[in-house]
Design a protein around this ligand. Structure first.
Ligand code: ADP
Length: 263
């Protein structure tokens, strides 16, 4: 079943301090199945965050259509959870209150919060405040908070980009397990090809700005994914393919920033 569909979606931003606009994205057409995990990878500035913002209904596309559950997205979508690179926790609330923030008070909230804190390995830190936690712990709390209202679709914008390699690996394992349990539709923007191949069912490789989908790569590895997958030859081969496409696009993105395609 199709959860999310985009048809010829483009986005332009007004150019700062001058006339005209910046072509940031598209046209992008895309269909994401219910419960599918899709990773999006592409050069910096190609419109990945813009794409997620449009899907969440935080901005309207300049042209084209986005539908979630067959309904056109025209306003912020309550069924969307989001996690960003900046942890975005409320510093004045405990971990428990952060995670339960979007839920109505009551027994069900406490149960959900306990379950999620357990799943992200923060059961012993419920009463701590964000400033008392490491970056990795804060991001686990942010992940738990985004999952607490049981969103139909979770949008992750480079959520692990600021974390060290070790911590990142652990959180990726947690996210893979959470996805397997909850089977929610997830879209992950990442620069890390290993991360995309470890987590996703499908990887979309985007072109330089204005970002379009250059290539869709199905990830054939069985679940549950093993952390050792990264050392397999099939993983390395797929990584090499994606890396080659990306390298060409990063060069193109450098060219396009030189001859500024703004209009
Ligand atoms: P990515 O996430 O792939 O790095 P973004 O979606 O953040 O790319 O940005 C795509 C392009 O749109 C970039 O050139 C960026 O500078 C531009 N852009 C993003 N947000 C705005 C904005 N609010 N106003 C003007 N330009 C923007």
């Amino acid at each position: 079943m199709t959860k999310l569909s985009l048809h010829d979606v483009t986005h332009r931003y007004p150019a700062r301090g001058r006339r005209g606009s910046i072509e940031a994205l598209g046209p992008v057409s895309l269909s994401v199945g219910d419960g599918e995990f899709v990773a999006i990878i592409g050069p910096s500035g190609c419109g990945k965050s813009t794409l997620l913002r449009l899907i969440a209904g935080l901005d309207g596309p300049s042209a084209g259509q986005i539908s979630l559950n067959g309904r056109r997205v025209t306003a912020p979508v309550p069924e969307c959870g989001m996690v960003f690179q900046q942890f975005a926790l409320f510093p004045w609330l405990s971990v428990r209150r952060n995670v339960g923030f979007a839920l109505r008070p009551g027994m069900a909230r406490e149960k959900t919060v306990d379950r999620l804190l357990d799943a992200v390995g923060l059961a012993g830190f419920a009463d701590q405040f964000p400033a008392q936690l490491s970056g990795g712990m804060q991001q686990r709390a942010a992940l738990a908070r985004a999952l607490a209202p049981d969103p139909e679709i979770l949008l992750l914008d480079e959520p692990f980009g600021a974390l060290d390699q070790q911590t990142r690996g652990l959180i990726q394992e947690m996210l893979e397990a959470l996805w397997r349990t909850a089977r929610r539709t997830m879209l992950l923007v990442t620069h890390d090809i290993d991360e995309a191949l470890y987590l996703a069912d499908r990887v979309l490789v985007m072109s330089a700005r204005p970002g379009t989908i250059l290539k869709e790569v199905d990830v054939p590895f069985p679940r549950p994914r093993a952390p050792t997958q990264r050392t397999d030859s099939a993983h390395a081969a797929l990584k090499g393919r994606i890396s080659d496409i990306l390298r060409a696009e990063v060069m193109a993105s450098m060219e396009s920033s030189r001859d500024d395609r703004d209009i």
